[in-house]
Write a protein that binds this ligand. Structure first.
Ligand code: C5P
Length: 228
């Protein structure tokens, strides 16, 4: 298949106290963005990789990713996540009709098998995303008090890569931008279109590294795996 993977790493509020954005921080010597990109390089369903990064990191990202055969562009991102994704979509080959994948570069442990599963499901249904079960009991809160307990059997935690037939995401974004809607993930734009979004089983490894503690967890996971 000829999927187009857009790796988003252009968020501004993500420095974890460091000088560089988190996707550029090394994890056991290799930046998160590179680790993520390598998973897409290895996935048989992906033909093109586009990285969307802060404008001041475009050059560094190009150098970091230059060994990847599938890399087609490194472009600066926009104000919101959806603006960054749109910049990535503009890099699609002319007349592209395949599946577009959007992945948080801060999920470096995504597996090629999960990527391929999302592409297959998205090609069949129009839109697909990986979810994991919610294990904690969830409370709805107001003013420091519990209002109610939320039934978690109907809830899932959304991961990336999220996959879409290109025309489906283009229509969903067209509507979201026209209506001034800010979405927190791409699937939300498709939900607003009223079109189906199917789920595939996500993985615990594929978690988003957000805090310095997450980085420490990831380092220890890699150490354990190196010993095994
Ligand atoms: O803020 P959040 O964790 O939801 O961001 C998810 C992903 O979207 C991150 O990988 C971030 O770099 C990306 N993003 C982006 N451009 C923005 C905002 C977020 O590429 N303007």
């Amino acid at each position: 298949m000829n999927g187009l993977a857009i790796l988003v790493a252009a968020g501004r509020g993500e420095r974890m106290g460091a000088a560089r954005p988190k996707a550029f921080l090394p994890l056991a010597g290799r930046p998160l963005l590179l680790r993520s990109a390598e998973a897409f390089e290895a996935a048989g369903s992906v033909a093109h990789i586009v990285a969307v990064v802060p404008v001041e990191e475009v050059e560094a990202a190009g150098t970091m990713l230059r060994g990847l055969r599938k890399l087609s562009a490194v472009v600066p991102g926009g104000q919101r996540r959806q603006d960054s994704v749109l910049e990535g979509m503009k890099q699609a080959p002319d007349g592209f009709q395949g599946v577009v994948l959007v992945h948080d570069a801060a999920r470096p442990f995504v597996e090629p098998a999960l990527i391929d599963a999302v592409v297959s499901a998205a090609a069949a249904a129009g839109a697909a995303l990986p979810v994991t079960p919610v294990v904690d009991t969830l409370k709805r809160l107001r003013d420091g008090r519990v209002v109610e307990t939320v039934d978690r059997t109907e809830l899932g935690a959304a991961q990336t890569p999220q996959g879409f037939r290109f025309d489906v995401l283009a229509r969903a974004y067209e509507k979201a931008f026209r209506e001034g809607l800010t979405v927190t993930d791409e699937a939300m734009a498709v939900e607003r279109l009223g079109e189906p979004v199917v789920v595939v089983a996500g993985s615990q490894r594929n978690r988003k590294l957000t805090t310095p503690e997450d980085m420490a967890w990831a380092e220890s996971l890699l150490r354990e795996e190196a010993r095994a």
